[in-house]
Design a protein around this ligand. Structure first.
Ligand SMILES: [Zn+2]
Length: 122
């Protein structure tokens, strides 16, 4: 399959990222419906069509991506469970967000020294 733009390595990360797409396209669909209802059909209808295209496209995309097998790996930093897609060789922990590399035996290993206090502001 062609390389894709949405970067994710774990099931939770995929859900977190696609959730936004569903939320935005869902709310723009509602806005389109409202615009149509108040008589602004010229704006409302294209907004509805666009939202539906994005929504259906996102659903198809997620269902294709969701078929890839995952493996359960435990974060070497915080011991949290991560559902990681098999083709990935590294991922960021769902919980502590620190980088983890997967070695040739499929074992997760810290990608940075444990004593590093890397902080990711969200
Ligand atoms: Zn962690």
């Amino acid at each position: 399959m062609a390389p894709h733009k949405i970067e994710f390595s774990t099931v939770r990360e995929l859900e977190r990222k696609t959730h936004k797409v569903f939320m935005y396209s869902g709310s723009s669909l509602l806005i389109g419906l409202l615009l149509t209802l108040i008589g602004l059909v010229v704006i409302g209808v294209p907004v509805i069509i666009l939202s539906l295209v994005v929504l259906i496209g996102a659903m198809a995309y997620v269902s294709v991506l969701g078929k890839e097998p995952t493996r359960t790996l435990f974060c070497p930093y915080c011991a949290s469970k991560n559902e990681v897609y098999r083709s990935r060789t590294r991922f960021s922990c769902d919980i502590c967000r620190r980088p983890v590399v997967i070695d040739e035996n499929g074992e997760p290993a810290p990608a940075e020294p444990i004593d590093t206090t890397a902080r990711y502001n969200r």
